[in-house]
Design a protein around this ligand. Sequence first.
Ligand SMILES: Cc1cc2nc3c(=O)[nH]c(=O)nc-3n(C[C@H](O)[C@H](O)[C@H](O)COP(=O)(O)O)c2cc1C
Length: 204
Amino acid sequence: MEFQEVVRDRRMVRRYSDEPVDPAVVDRLLANAVRAPSAGFSQGWAFLVLDTPRDVERFWAATTPPEAAREPDAWLTGMRSAPVVIVPLASKAAYLGRYAEDDKGWTDQDEVHWPVPYWWVDVGMSALLILQTAVDEGLGACFFGVPGERWSHLREEFGIPEGYAPVGAITVGHRHPDERLGGSARSRARRPQHEVVHRGGWNG
Ligand SMILES: Cc1cc2nc3c(=O)[nH]c(=O)nc-3n(C[C@H](O)[C@H](O)[C@H](O)COP(=O)(O)O)c2cc1C
């Protein structure tokens, strides 16, 4: 697919058909994810891949608050139909360690050096590559947050070490034929370029 088409067509898909995803395509999503840029080439990311019905079920059981599980809404029902879930995780320690090396020199490993925590940024960059690759492969995908109060359940269920934080999760699958634009993009317009671009100065 033409790159401009991938960018233009990408939007979050929150309902999927029961067509399985080719494992080779899942591999491609991940191969592209690790092509993302990262500060100091730290690559402090990890990807938990859940691509069997049982593992996907374990993901939802671990991350869904009990009251939502009792009465699943349209969002949850749609998202649960995805045959693949990828959880991108960030390791802050990987960055503090990398920047303590000789060429960077922040040997105190103090977080004060990080006005922007690049461990979050870099995983976001890799997540976008997963989303764009899904579009390129004719699939749909959605990045979404894992509620903070469910992190410990997710860690426990899948043996995720404390040093890795689940930045979010990405559902992947074939779009359901009745899938429609959902989420905030249904009620909010894309901000126009002239409103967000400041050429040569803030008032430019
Ligand atoms: C960091 C981040 C967190 C998001 N969290 C959620 C979420 O928890 N649930 C959800 O349905 N969509 C989530 N989204 C998707 C946004 O709602 C969506 O990207 C936005 O409305 C623009 O729509 P589009 O991506 O379809 O163009 C998230 C997106 C990002 C980048």
